[in-house]
Ligand binder design. Structure first.
Ligand code: AQP
Length: 330
C-alpha cells in the first residue's frame, strides 16, 4: 500500500492556503487510498522566534483543525512531531548527508531569514537546517508521496536528492519520495499582495483567510481583495494575479475550472461575492466541528498519543537501519 506523509507547522493559525493546498486532499483522497501519516510539525515551528505558551496553543489548535477538517484516526495516523524522537535522530544523519550550499539555496530559508532580520531578530541555525529535519520527517516513514502545496516543492526535491545520495553511499535504506500538488490552488496568494503566497505567519493579516475566521470576517477580506487594473475578468496568473487568485480559490471551492469560470463574470464585484460565499460555505462545517472538538482537548490529546505510538513503530526500524548503515554503533 502506498505510504504518504505530510504536515503543518504551528507557526500561526491555519489558513485557506493550508486547506486548499494540502489538508483538503489529505481528508478527501489520501487517507482513503493510502497508509497516511499527518503531523503537526511543532519542531519546525522552533526555527523562527516563538513564544512557548502560544506554540502549545497553536499546536493543539492545528491538531484539532486536522480532525475537524475530517482526518479520521481510524483511517490515518495523526500526531505531533516532537513526540516521536525518530525525527530528530534521523535529522542529524540528514545534516551529515546534505551540504551547507544546498541548505543556503532554499528559497524559504532566504525569505524567512530576511524576514527575521527585518524584524531585528537573529536567524536561528535551525532555520538553515530545517530541510534536513523535513527530509527526516518524510524518509523515516518510507513515504512514497508527499502531498503539499507548491511552496514545499523545493524541500521535497532536496529530500529526494538526500535519499538518493544516502542510498548510493551507504546502501539502499530510504524510499525516494515525490511531491504531489493539487490541480487547482496549489499556491493560494495573499489577498492584499497577490504576488506573495498566503502565509499563516504574515504580520499583515488582511490578506490572509484563517480557517477559524468568522464568516463576516471572511467576506470582508475577500471583498477587499486587491484586484488588478482593468475590469474584465480573465484568468492570467502573470498579468492579473489578484483576479487569477480569486478564480483559483472559487474553482477549488466549487470543483470548477478557473478559466471557464472567468467566462461567466463581467465584474470583479460579482466574482468576489461568489468567492466569499463559496469560501464561507466550505469552511462552515470545519468551524463547527472544531468548536465541538475543542470542547474536549483530552480527546484530541488521546488521538495524538496513539498516533505517536503508531508512528514511532513505523519509523524506528528504518532509522535504526540508517544509523547502522552510516557506521554508528547502533
Ligand atoms: N498559500 C498556500 N497555498 C497552497 N498551499 C499552501 N501551503 C501553505 N501555504 C499555502 C501548504 O500547506 C501545508 C502546510 O504548510 P506549512 O505549515 O508548512 O507552511 P505555511 O502555512 O506556509 O506556514 P509558515 O511556514 O508559517 O509560512 P509563512 O512564513 O509563509 O507564513 C504545506 O503543504 C504547504 O505547502
Amino acid at each position: 500500500r502506498t505510504r504518504i506523509f505530510s504536515g503543518v507547522q504551528p507557526t500561526g493559525h491555519l489558513t485557506l492556503g493550508n486547506y486548499l493546498g494540502a489538508m483538503r486532499r489529505w481528508v478527501e483522497v489520501d487517507q482513503h487510498r493510502a497508509e497516511a501519516l499527518f503531523c503537526v510539525v511543532d519542531l519546525h515551528a522552533l526555527t523562527v522566534e516563538h513564544d512557548p505558551a502560544r506554540l502549545r496553543r497553536l499546536s493543539r489548535q492545528a491538531a484539532t483543525l486536522l480532525l475537524a477538517a475530517g482526518l479520521d484516526p481510524e483511517l490515518c495516523t495523526v500526531f505531533a512531531q516532537s513526540r516521536v524522537d525518530e525525527h530528530v535522530r534521523l535529522s542529524y544523519l540528514m545534516e551529515c548527508t546534505a551540504s551547507d550550499g544546498e541548505m543556503r539555496r532554499m528559497i524559504q530559508y532566504k525569505e524567512k531569514a530576511a524576514r527575521e532580520q527585518a524584524r531585528g531578530g537573529s536567524v536561528r541555525l535551525s532555520l538553515l537546517t530545517y530541510p534536513a529535519l523535513m527530509a527526516a520527517d518524510i524518509l523515516a516513514y518510507g513515504a512514497q508521496e508527499v502531498p503539499v502545496g507548491e511552496d514545499q516543492a523545493q524541500h521535497v526535491e532536496l529530500t529526494r536528492d538526500l535519499a538518493v545520495r544516502f542510498n548510493q553511499r551507504y546502501g539502499a535504506t530510504f524510499v525516494v519520495p515525490k511531491a504531489t500538488h493539487p490541480a487547482v490552488a496549489a499556491r493560494v496568494m495573499d489577498l492584499q499582495e497577490p504576488t506573495s503566497k498566503m502565509g499563516k505567519s504574515h504580520a499583515r493579516t488582511a490578506g490572509v483567510v484563517y480557517l477559524l475566521d468568522e464568516p463576516e470576517v471572511v467576506r470582508k477580506k475577500v471583498m477587499r481583495a486587491v484586484t488588478d487594473g482593468g475590469s474584465e475578468v480573465v484568468y492570467d496568473r502573470e498579468e492579473r494575479p489578484g483576479v487569477a487568485n480569486l478564480l483559483d480559490v472559487l474553482a477549488a471551492c466549487t470543483d470548477g475550472d478557473p478559466e471557464r469560470l472567468a467566462e461567466g463574470y463581467s465584474s470583479y464585484g460579482a466574482l468576489k461575492k461568489d468567492t466569499a460565499e463559496a469560501v464561507v460555505e466550505m469552511l462552515r462545517p470545519v468551524r463547527s466541528r472544531h468548536a465541538e472538538l475543542a470542547a474536549d482537548p483530552s480527546a484530541v490529546d488521546a488521538v495524538l498519543r496513539a498516533g505517536a505510538e503508531r508512528a514511532r513503530a513505523i519509523a524506528r526500524p528504518r532509522v535504526d537501519a540508517a544509523y547502522q548503515a552510516m557506521g554508528l554503533l547502533a
